[in-house]
Design a binder for this molecule. Structure first.
Ligand SMILES: [Mg+2]
Length: 183
């Protein structure tokens, strides 16, 4: 084998090895924290302007609903830390007489309340999934219960499609879940 054909053979082998490795990495690796934050901001930045208009229109019991994991808290990237673009929306709501409600697939609210409070969130209510309920089913039941209690749910912010399935809210803001990689 001369030098030229040897090089070609090495390149061919490298190509065979590199192609599947790249494909599998793309399917299994989460984006960088910086990329996630950029994607979160793109989804959430319209929320405060939208809420400003919504509050100006008036209504009773105005509220927002937030998902907890990988929406309110950086559960995957920095467990327990606030996801700051979403925290900013919650704090704006708290300052404008808009209730901040959390709807979660978690089945217990006790640790969630501590984590959210430590992260700086105002908390008016936390509604958890009942055992046996599906995620979307539990979240819909929570929104219906909260509406029954007198809240008018305006913005609903979550990172999974199951956060937004169903009704009992006015406008959804969908954060990324990267094909189900973020709970
Ligand atoms: Mg989530």
């Amino acid at each position: 084998m001369n030098v030229k054909s040897a090089c070609a053979a090495i390149l061919a082998v490298a190509g065979l090895i590199a192609a599947p490795a790249t494909a599998s990495a793309a399917a299994s690796e989460l984006p960088s924290y910086e990329q996630w934050q950029a994607d979160v901001r793109e989804a959430v930045d319209p929320a405060i302007p939208w809420l400003t208009d919504r509050v100006a229109k008036g209504g009773s019991g105005l509220a927002i609903v937030l998902d907890i994991d990988n929406t309110s808290l950086e559960t995957e990237y920095h467990p327990g830390e606030p996801n700051r673009p979403v925290l900013a929306v919650a704090q704006w709501a708290g300052q404008h007489h808009v209730s901040v409600l959390f709807v979660t697939a978690r089945t217990s609210s006790s640790s969630a309340r501590t984590q959210l409070s430590d992260a700086g969130y105002p908390i008016d209510a936390i509604c958890t999934r009942k055992s046996g309920e599906g995620t979307a089913e539990g979240k819909q039941r929570c929104r219906a219960d909260l509406t029954e209690q007198g809240y008018t749910i305006t913005a609903n912010i979550g990172n999974r499609s199951t956060d937004l399935e169903g009704g009992d809210y006015e406008k959804g803001f969908k954060l990324p879940d990267y094909d189900g990689q973020l709970s």
